[in-house]
Design a protein around this ligand. Structure first.
Ligand code: AGP
Length: 595
């Protein structure tokens, strides 16, 4: 999704803005641009990568500027549609994330008043509205412009006659990084980590004016103060550390991440889990989990785990679909799982759940994210910055948090709980064992890379892992892959099975094992090649499949955590073999802030 940055201070703004934009590249973009303030406003932008824009720039000593990476929504990627956008005078520049819903009506009205538009974007109405109201006070002009805008936004504006940054947000994230006599603005924390770990998270409706002397923030025309926070991430965590891609680095971080996720939550006697929730006495008759994409797959696994350990009924819905449901929720805990904490569909669902009077709990990775701030309670998975668009370590950390949640409310006896906790503690070692077999999995990835279609199948608690494996292969290797409940293949998709359609079958030894073996035989009878994900010591499976990816044995409840690591590696090496852009797959964005 789009990224925005801004700088005001003593150093040359241009290299700072370019560096901050590079730190946002992972979000996905198709164009970029910057605007610098001297005695006038200079704009440089195009539908190019940031490196190309950087090469085209001349040195510039302006100390105030704004920048943007665009992920096209209104109008194709092009120089004219790239941000920053300007007004008729050319003095104002604006970078914006979000969607201005009434832009057509505003554009018509402003055109009637003599304003001339050059792009197809919704954003361009903002500088023209500011121009309309500008009377030597930029903050006031922005405030008046905001009264006319409906939709979502995080934007920064500058004016050639005014040495300040004016910014505002509604339903789109915006933070201010605080340096020594300088300020950084960004839509996402990693953008500013090279310069500072001191940040202010703006709230919806905030309008901030930043000069070199300081920040003033108003909300609804009232002066407000926002507390300064420390970011718990380091610059090193947001870098590749010698790995070829962020994705493989993040896969390798998983043992450490799991330890971080459960750190501080397990009692000294290893038999209790304490999550430190605000409402410890939560007594709910049922739980609804809402999420998107990979987080939705974690939710589906969470359903199995929570129901098994707590006997509380759980339903799972795709966040965007929940927004259309006529929900009768009653005494329901609504849990929203979102790595970024900014996914627009999740935010809308969370707000709806709150309006319905439900207690809301967010599981997220990002401290200070929008979801974390509006939910009644929050659990941080502590996975560290996840830069690759493909979620890997955050998925495993979400699973661990769901295990902890279920264990903290479990109705099982102390001894069984202690034994599950002991097993959970072993997961990092088990994942290390899988990482040690990386080359074997890479070989299967190179094999899968030769096909254009594939199925991922599993049963029971592993079925969402099949969905996740297929999503990853689609997302980064551009192979059409379907995740299927193994029992459903014969109800239609069998028609697609040919020697050109490999099937990846997750066959860990739980209560579904015998049935999935039978399914594998049916698939082989249709001549599809089969690669199984199977446990060490399973001597049976090799007789029926073409290849086996081995994973260590764990309690069936935890098997999704190990199986998925093998699938993430498989997808990575498949994509690598196909020469795909692994960390920034085409058309995708890390944090999806539009509905
Ligand atoms: C995962 O590989 C995807 N990039 C995507 O499905 C992602 O999980 C989804 O957009 C949800 O994001 P969130 O967890 O930040 O809400």
């Amino acid at each position: 999704m789009c990224g925005i940055v801004g700088y005001i201070g003593e150093r040359a703004a241009q290299p700072v803005l370019i560096n901050c934009l590079k730190r946002l590249e992972y979000r996905g973009y198709d164009s970029c641009g910057i605007a610098l303030l001297g005695g006038y406003t200079e704009i440089y932008k195009d539908a190019v990568r940031i490196e190309a824009l950087e090469k085209s720039l001349q040195p510039n000593d302006s100390v105030i500027g704004i920048g943007h990476t665009r992920w096209a929504t209104h109008g194709k990627p092009s120089e004219v549609n790239a941000h920053p956008h300007s007004d008729c005078s050319g003095k104002i520049a604006v970078v914006h994330n979000g969607v201005i819903e009434n832009y057509m009506q505003l554009r018509e009205q402003l055109t009637g008043e003599g304003h001339v538009f050059s792009s197809e974007t919704d954003t361009e109405v903002i500088p023209h509205l500011i121009e309309k109201y500008y009377d030597r006070n930029l903050e006031q002009a922005v405030s008046r412009a905001l009264n006319e805008i409906t939709g979502s936004y995080a934007f920064i504006t500058i004016h050639a006659d005014s040495g300040e940054l004016i910014l505002s947000r509604k339903d789109s994230p915006l933070i201010i990084g605080i340096g020594d006599g300088e300020y950084f603005v960004a839509s996402d924390v990693p953008a500013v980590l090279d310069y500072t770990d001191r940040v202010i998270y703006l709230e919806d409706g905030d309008l901030a004016a930043i000069t070199k002397q300081g920040i003033s923030i108003t909300n609804n025309n009232e002066r407000v103060t926002r507390v300064e926070d420390r970011v718990p991430w380091t610059v090193e965590e947001a870098q590749k550390a010698g790995y070829e891609h962020f994705m493989i680095k993040e896969i390798h971080e998983q043992p450490k991440v799991i330890r971080n996720t459960f750190a501080g939550h397990i009692s000294a006697l290893e038999s209790e889990v304490e999550l430190g929730l605000k409402n410890k006495e939560m007594g709910f008759s049922n739980i609804l989990i809402l999420a998107c994409g990979t987080s939705y797959h974690a939710a589906l696994i969470g359903k199995h785990v929570i129901q098994k350990l707590t006997q509380v009924p759980v339903t799972v819905d795709i966040a965007s679909e929940f927004n259309y449901s006529e929900s009768v929720l009653g005494n329901t805990l609504v849990m929203v799982i979102t790595q970024s904490g900014e996914t627009a569909d999740c935010m809308k669902a969370l707000k709806k759940a709150k309006e319905l009077g439900c207690y809301t709990l967010v599981i997220t990775n990002v401290v200070g994210s929008s979801a974390a701030r509006i939910a009644d309670d929050v659990l941080y998975i502590k996975a560290g910055p996840e830069i690759s668009v493909a979620a890997t370590k955050s998925f495993v950390a979400q699973l661990v948090m769901l295990y902890l949640f279920a264990l903290s409310r479990s109705s099982i006896d102390v001894r069984s709980r202690a034994s599950l906790i002991a097993e959970l503690r072993q997961l990092p070692n088990k994942i290390h064992e899988i990482l040690n077999r990386e080359e074997d999995i890479a070989e299967q990835g190179r094999y899968l890379a030769g096909y254009e279609n594939a199925f991922f199948v599993a049963r029971g608690i592993s079925y969402p892992v099949a969905l996740e494996g297929a999503l990853k292969v689609k997302e980064i290797a551009y192979i059409h892959a379907e995740g299927y409940a193994a029992g459903e293949l014969k109800h239609g998709p069998f028609a697609l099975l040919t020697p050109e359609t490999p099937v990846i079958a997750i066959a860990t030894r739980d209560n579904t094992y015998e049935t999935i073996l039978a399914n594998i035989k049916e698939i082989k009878a249709r001549e599809s090649p089969v690669v199984a994900i199977a446990e060490d010591g399973d001597d049976e499976i090799g007789k029926y499949v073409d290849a086996v990816i081995r994973i260590p044995s764990v309690d069936p409840l935890f098997a999704p955590t190990t199986a998925v690591v093998a699938l993430h590696l498989l997808a990575y090496y498949t994509a690598k073999e196909r020469g795909c852009s692994i960390d920034m797959p085409r058309n995708l964005a890390k944090s999806v802030t539009v509905e």
